[in-house]
Design a binder for this molecule. Structure first.
Ligand code: AMP
Ligand code: GLY
Length: 433
């Protein structure tokens, strides 16, 4: 069997690494991949947004399955083009990817199908948005740009003045480009945030193990948002009871809503929720595996990943058994390059990778890495590596992950030192089924 994985991050290295362990012994091609994927797959240098190029490659290579990692090619309709060419694809088409690519679309869908989310208003004119905000009596209000904005499109505003400034930035100054052509203003929800990842073929829903990332760049959740600075799994606060609530109140109705709207969805539904006093409410959807969430999931998944992705792509997920999971804890620490999440320094030589993997149960996933002309492994992105380790408990997993992290060296390397610390376990919760 031949599989094409699209993407260049730690998520795609983890997917290729896991697929390479399949007893079905697939041949793996990765577009464009990184130094890590090259150890288990054949990298082909195409951009992830080169839809025509990727379809042509998939045809030329006669691949049996394409797995799309990042959101950009999904939103561009890569999955539609591949399916039109008769190629089984894991990842939704452009219509399904709008759940991630358009807040307006998502809020309308949630509203229409009565799926719990913050109350909201949508605007396509800044004047109307500002008049509305000036009349608001409850604060904070949350201003959200409609389109993909790499985590920069959400503004929690504490008064009308700052909210109107956010509207001007997004709609008048167009700081986020076309992503800000429309906005949503929504109620501020109070509670604890969590995310639930599920794989679905539009019929069957397979909920994955609870996993949590750390979005802000600094310890104790300080500084700007990033793609994710680290991860741990399982998550004690996300109890089975809460997962069932999310499944029954959000995921099942969402999959049903997609069917009613005649949107075929075969891939990952990743829902960000706020656990409020009146139950879980949707903050956002992503339509792909999270990065670095995927790395922790792949470390803990014991079952073969390939049949799961393949069955999803074929619309046959009901044929698949629930996967088995390693009961141990996984912690993943992102090694970032100086400057991240802003402009980062690049081309620094990375040493100590082999030494890091001497630590028992440690695996280093590459993200922003490349080969220099001299054959060295060098930094090539903001998130350079994700250093993962399994342990019998969170303390052991953290110790191994940081031990392995400390063995890797490159100029300007930094990480958060508190990955996995944010594990509030409420006694009555942890003992519930
Ligand atoms: P989103 O991209 O919609 O998930 O928003 C990014 C972050 O903004 C979330 O992870 C929350 O921390 C925060 N946020 C978004 N919407 C709300 C809301 N309605 N109430 C409170 N916080 C929110
Ligand atoms: N780690 C968050 C994301 O992938 O969206």
């Amino acid at each position: 069997m031949k599989v094409l994985v699209v993407g260049a991050g730690g998520r795609e290295h983890a997917l290729c690494w896991k697929l390479a362990q399949s007893p079905l012994k697939p041949e793996i091609v990765c577009v464009p991949g990184n130094v890590g994927t090259a150890t288990v797959a054949r990298n082909v240098a195409l951009k992830v947004t080169d839809v025509a190029g990727i379809v042509k490659l998939a045809q030329k290579e006669a691949v049996d399955l394409v797995v799309i990692g990042p959101e950009d090619p999904l939103v561009l309709g890569l999955a539609d083009k591949l399916r039109a060419a008769g190629i089984h694809t894991f990842g939704p088409g452009a219509a399904g990817a709008r759940l991630e690519g358009s807040k307006v679309f998502t809020k309308d869908l949630l509203d229409k199908h009565r799926i719990p989310t913050a109350t909201f208003k949508r605007f396509d004119r800044s004047g109307a948005a500002k008049s509305y905000l000036e009349g608001c009596t409850t604060w904070p209000q949350v201003v959200k740009a409609d389109g993909l904005a790499a985590g920069k499109g959400v503004f929690v505003c504490h008064d009308a003045k700052s909210a109107c400034t956010a509207v001007d930035e997004v709609m008048e100054k167009k700081t986020l480009g076309s992503a800000g052509a429309q906005i949503v203003v929504e109620e501020f929800l109070v509670g604890e945030e969590a995310s639930v990842l599920a794989i679905t073929d539009g019929e069957t829903i397979l909920i994955l193990e609870p996993v949590m990332d750390h979005k802000q760049v600094g310890d104790n959740d300080t500084g700007p948002n990033t793609g994710g600075m680290g991860v741990f799994s399982p998550v004690p606060t996300l109890t089975k009871r809460l997962q069932r609530q999310v499944e029954q109140r959000i995921l099942v109705p969402a999959v049903h809503a997609l069917r009613r709207e005649e949107i075929e969805f075969r891939g990952v539904l990743f829902v960000g929720i706020m656990i409020t006093d009146s139950g879980p409410k949707v903050l956002e959807f992503n339509t792909r595996f999270g990065d670095p969430e995927c790395q922790a999931l792949m470390r803990r998944m014991k079952s073969d990943l390939l049949p799961i992705l393949d069955a999803t792509a074929r619309g046959k997920l009901s044929d698949i058994q629930e996967p088995h999971w390693d009961p141990r804890v996984c912690v993943g620490v992102v090694a970032a390059a100086q400057g991240y999440p802003g402009n980062v320094r690049k081309n620094d030589v990375i040493d100590g990778l082999e030494d890091a993997e001497i630590v028992p149960e440690a695996v280093v996933f590459h993200a922003g890495t490349a080969r220099s002309m001299r054959g060295e492994i060098v930094t090539a992105g903001g998130r350079v590596l994700c250093v993962t380790a399994l342990g019998d408990d969170i303390t052991a997993a953290r110790k191994s992950a940081y031990d392995a992290y400390d063995r890797v060296r490159f100029e300007g390397k930094f990480c958060r030192r508190d990955i996995g610390v944010r594990r509030r376990v409420e006694p009555e919760e942890s003992s519930r089924p």
